[in-house]
Write a protein that binds this ligand. Sequence first.
Ligand code: FE2
Ligand code: FE2
Length: 357
Amino acid sequence: MTIAISDLSLTPAPAPLARILVVDDDESIRVAMVRFLQRCGYGVESAGGGADALTLFEQHTFDAMICDVRMPGLSGPELLPHVLAHDPNLAVLMLSAVNDAPTAANVLAGGAVDYLVKPIELRTLQDAVIRALARRHSRMEKERFDERIQEEVRLRTTELEQEKESLRRLSVSVVETLIIAMEAKDVYLRGHSLRVADLAAEIAIEMEQDSALVERIRLAGRLHDVGKIGIREEILNKPSSLTIAEFEHVKQHVRIGIEILRPMAQLDPVLDIIHDHHEHWDGSGYPRAVCGDAITLGGRILAAADAFDALTSQRAYRDPMRADDSLAYLGTQAGALLDPHVVRALQIVMTRRLASA
Ligand SMILES: [Fe+2]
Ligand SMILES: [Fe+2]
């Protein structure tokens, strides 16, 4: 079989010159194509079979490959996936002696960009090469463009995350200032928020919660009583038990706290935990008076940590309870005021703490 050299008027190849590998076991065709493509201005290498072609791919980079379909050893369709593994954008033109539709469909589906039938006019071959290289070029441009867009999105997302985080930190520090002001009003509350935050986070870890929830619970612990800023000082420091009306007033600290925190969108994920920190497992708590799993897990954990810290702290109306006595008392509240699983985790955490103290 010979290539019909009917038109040798050459169109200059686009710059920069592309590198093309010609693979054909028929030496006369191979040599004719190599010469023609070199005269077109391309850098051309050739191989007499699939195995030699693969060796050349190990050593060189090519923009296009013109490859015979039927060759002894590795055939064109068998070679195709190997060369595309080297470079998925390689422009592969398959050249066959027969116009075989299934083979054509097969190689095009496998990633070849054209299927040409021999004998082929050299001008037709050149046009096909130019088309294939243009397609490779636009595919690579699109990939580069997509990469730039993705990089831009990545950068912008990181910036936004950093802005969000610094806003969240700012919000937390503003609220912590409020807490310091609030704790200054009630000497018995000093350090309460920090202790509750640490204990609640440790309970959450003991209960194998993911780190994001642990940190939400820790933050909720820091902020849970911020609403006490709105409670009258003489009630917060009252040395005797509260009247019903006074207790109703104290209960308002949950609502006030949520109202203080709600405008700070960055604190949104911790509001439901704070809202639930006085709910009881048996439904006797406030403000929603819901029971069991209807209370957020964070709220149930915070309630147990809050209760433990309250019992073991000095109050205007009583001395602190010992840690082991407090744990024993809270044990009696498992399934009543408190979630039994949370009480169990609290006991494990505190027993560990006391043992290492
Ligand atoms: Fe509270
Ligand atoms: Fe509290």
